[in-house]
Design a protein around this ligand. Structure first.
Ligand code: RB5
Length: 146
């Protein structure tokens, strides 16, 4: 399984720590930048990562900015992308079970490393429940004109 990961400068340090932590994991991280703490624009990195998922170069994505908010907004403008800002362990599981989220989003300045690892582990190991949720997911790509 491939997991694309990208951040702006506000998420750079957390991204590097995650790359290190998951070096020997069962999945492979594909690092799409940014490459330093120099100021960049989060929509550019959301775009790179969403294209990687939509082009099937990765199965899931991880996006990080300072709060996780801006990069969530940017990612969710892409049809077929369901990016969830994981603010608890419970929402990390529910984002997969109910929303079939394909991108986990974190705040590099608002979450601890331990919180992020716990939530990402849960996100990547939880299945979509389908059933009634499938109908709702399908409507996401019908409404809104994205
Ligand atoms: C960058 O300073 C900051 O605005 C960005 O990382 C993010 O938090 C935006 O939502």
């Amino acid at each position: 399984m491939k997991v694309a990961i990208a951040s702006d400068h506000g998420g750079f340090e957390l991204k590097q720590k995650l790359l290190q932590h998951y070096q020997n994991a069962t999945f492979e991280f594909v690092d799409l930048g940014t490459d330093s703490t120099v100021s960049v624009d989060y929509p550019d990195f959301a775009e790179k990562l969403c294209q990687a998922i939509l082009n099937k170069q990765a199965d899931f994505g991880v996006l990080i900015c300072g709060t996780g908010i801006g990069i969530s907004i940017a990612a969710n403008r892409h049809k077929g992308i369901r990016a969830a800002l994981l603010y608890s362990l419970e929402t990390a599981k529910l984002a997969r079970q109910h929303n079939n989220a394909n991108v986990a989003v974190f705040g590099g300045r608002t979450m601890t490393f331990a919180e992020v690892v716990e939530r990402l582990d849960a996100f990547l190991s939880t299945e979509f429940e389908a059933g009634r949720h499938s109908r709702r997911i399908e409507k996401l790509d019908v409404y809104g004109g994205c």
